[in-house]
Design a protein around this ligand. Structure first.
Ligand code: GDP
Length: 459
């Protein structure tokens, strides 16, 4: 694919900082840079060794905009495979903005979100799963999510998909030979052989697919809500969890009132705690419980943590909440176990599996480790070190694999029914296409736009 325009963007995060970087990619990147940059040694950029930092100034109309270090990376051995210029200027809002405006005036176009990475994909340096991994690295909330994304960027998933597709190609070749040269004196693949190989392939695709449940949680976090009556210790629990692991706090945009989400790291699992219904604001919990948003978060949560107060008897309100959470993925915490115990545990066991009932004291920070272990157990299902292996973390990939599995099921059914090879050929081609969606070999323009739109500008 031929791309003829040159894009530019600020590559660093907005805000005050030591350095800001303006990045350009495309055919005119060097010319534009030459027109705005004056090196201290008065040599033009192209007379310097590529990939060295050149010290100089950005000049507009004879006036110095900023003192910078400029790097010229000649394509195709660059991030985008095109000529890339990076201008390291002073951080903050103004310098980067002025330099960006200047290069735009000189003929560059403002890059769209993820457009540098999109070019890396379109120009064939990385496949689509690797491009998506770039975003996952930027968004990673724990070492584990980072490691899985890093391994995907290195090509672990691409390699796996290629391997699976090669197996499909091999089967297709056998089937096509048998269709095209039915009477030749070559030995054709038998239905039995085709059946066995298809089943092996199905097993491999399913194994990969089955990593997606844990994978999604590692990438996006386990959406968790803390529920319970006022004064049972929800806020104290949240604080106890936050104290143990350094939390990353973010606001969820697009909600009418402020909903805070905090990421805490539980054995590599990003626990996305939605602080809603006034977890921290005990005064009007009851009122806020009714807030539609809280309801929605509760309904869509992957995990509900119900806090009960050990020093009080189980109330009608507690039972009501138990009714609400019994069909969800729920952990019950009996809090305040440092006080006299009045809790009827047997009653709770009627609603929740015993293993999921944990005694804690948020005040004394006791039992938090048991909670963490239970969460890890729930997500990893006994297999830890999953971060090292190939994992499906992206819903898009999961959907494509699901379609591939449906097609291989169709193929296997067709083989079992001794149907004509042409039918089996169609199914095999579908599997090949669906697997190709993961790596981006078979993917539409629209889908590409959707994927890269979520990227940040400058990446
Ligand atoms: P929330 O309304 O559910 O968020 O409850 P809070 O976290 O605000 O706690 C209510 C009261 O219970 C506060 O006075 C806390 O100090 C106290 N509390 C919380 N956890 C414990 C605990 O484990 N033991 C004891 N003794 N008190 C606790």
């Amino acid at each position: 694919m031929y791309i003829d325009d040159t894009i530019a963007a600020i590559a660093t995060a907005p805000g005050e900082g030591g350095i800001g970087i303006v990045r350009m990619s495309g055919e005119k990147a060097l010319d534009i840079a030459e027109s705005v940059f004056e090196s201290v040694n008065k040599k033009s950029i192209k007379d310097h060794n590529p990939r060295t930092l050149i010290y100089g100034n950005i000049i507009d109309d004879g006036k110095i905009i900023d003192e910078v270090l400029l790097a010229y990376m000649k394509g195709p051995h660059t991030y985008t495979k095109e000529d890339v210029i990076e201008i390291n200027c002073h951080g903050g809002f103004i310098s980067v903005k002025k330099i960006l405006e200047l290069v735009l005036k000189k003929g560059a176009r403002l890059a769209e979100g993820g457009e540098f990475t999109k070019r890396a994909f379109l120009n064939g340096r990385i496949d689509l799963s690797q491009a998506e991994a770039v975003m996952d690295i930027i968004n990673a909330k724990t070492d584990m999510s980072y490691n899985v994304a890093q391994s995907q960027l290195e090509g672990s998933l691409s390699f796996k998909i290629k391997e699976l597709r090669n197996k499909v190609t091999e089967l297709l070749a056998h089937v096509e030979v048998a269709i095209d040269f039915p009477d030749e004196d070559v030995e054709h693949i038998t239905y039995e052989n085709l059946y066995n190989k298809s089943k092996e392939l199905r097993k491999e695709i399913i194994n990969l697919y089955e990593t997606s449940e844990t994978g999604k949680i590692i990438r996006d976090g386990l959406k968790t809500v803390i529920v319970g009556k006022p004064n049972v210790g929800k806020s104290s629990l949240l604080n106890a969890i936050l104290k143990e692991s350094r939390a990353i706090v973010t606001d969820i945009p697009g909600t009418t009132r402020d909903v805070i989400e905090e990421f805490v790291n539980i054995n590599g699992i990003p626990l996305r705690i939605i602080d809603t219904a006034g977890i921290r604001d005990t005064e009007d919990v009851v009122e806020k419980i009714g807030v539609q948003k809280s309801r929605e978060f509760f309904e869509s949560a992957d995990l509900a943590i119900l806090v009960l107060d050990a020093s009080r008897e189980l109330s009608v309100e507690d039972i009501d909440i138990l009714e609400n959470v019994k069909n969800k993925n729920t952990i019950v915490l009996i809090n305040k176990t440092d006080l006299e115990n009045k809790m009827d545990e047997d009653k709770i066991k009627e609603y929740i599996d015993e293993k999921r009932i944990i005694k804690i004291s948020a005040l004394e920070r006791k039992g938090i480790d048991k909670l963490e272990n239970e969460i890890a157990d729930m997500v990893y299902k006994g297999n830890v070190s999953q971060g090292d292996s190939v994992m499906i973390t992206n819903v898009r990939h999961k959907d494509s694999l699901e379609r591939a599995i449906n097609s291989i099921n169709d193929a296997i059914n067709a083989i079992e029914d001794n149907m004509a090879l042409d039918f089996i050929e169609v199914d095999l081609k579908n599997i090949w296409d669906y697997l190709g969606e993961v790596s981006g070999d078979t993917v539409s323009e629209d889908l590409l736009d959707t994927i890269f739109r979520d990227f940040c500008i400058g990446k």
